[in-house]
Design a protein around this ligand. Sequence first.
Ligand code: E4P
Length: 218
Amino acid sequence: MKFFLDTANLEQIKEAQALGVIDGVTTNPSLMAKEGIAGKQNILDHYVKICNIVDGDVSAEVISTDFEGMIKEGEELAALHPQIVVKVPVIKDGIKAIKYLSSKGIRTNCTLVFSAGQALLAAKAGATYVSPFIGRLDDNSTDGIELIRQIVDIYNYYDFGTMVLAASIRHTMHIIKCLEVGADVATCPLDAILGLLKHPLTDLGLQKFLEDYNKLNK
Ligand code: E4P
């Protein structure tokens, strides 16, 4: 299972890269705005900065909602850096754009997925990744992990090559549950990844080891 970092914050990306367990980065227009990145050239430059920090795929999202606009943006984004994966929303023109971009050898991440039917169309169109948003489903009294399980089963049953990228992860248990149901990738905030390290018995155990060592080695 791969771990992507779900942020456009360069410091966090550097920190996660230094940890050595990160396989890529996902961004979206909200995450870019959160970092104050505005203006087309600044946005494109920011994607290149991210690619230069991390080893692995970097999802960059189109903002057009029509086919022509999406493929123009997609081609421009893909030309920025070989690590770029073009993120496209699962709408009618988005599916057409994913089909077109995949036929040109451009990798895509189909985003804003909330149902198995949407995931089916993304896979049929040849998306490299599909991004079901589990946290936003949970926020709306629907089991996000169950959707991941369903999509993983469907893709395995029909041998689709699209990878399931669990997105909108809120906490460590989302990550563990994604592992259990076979997601290919989990894209997570840094806090959720670091949260996997936390255990009071680790802290207590380490404290005791150091106390015992220090008793005889002052
Ligand atoms: C990443 O690909 C998604 O855009 C992101 O995980 C959405 O997360 P959110 O629901 O916390 O905004």
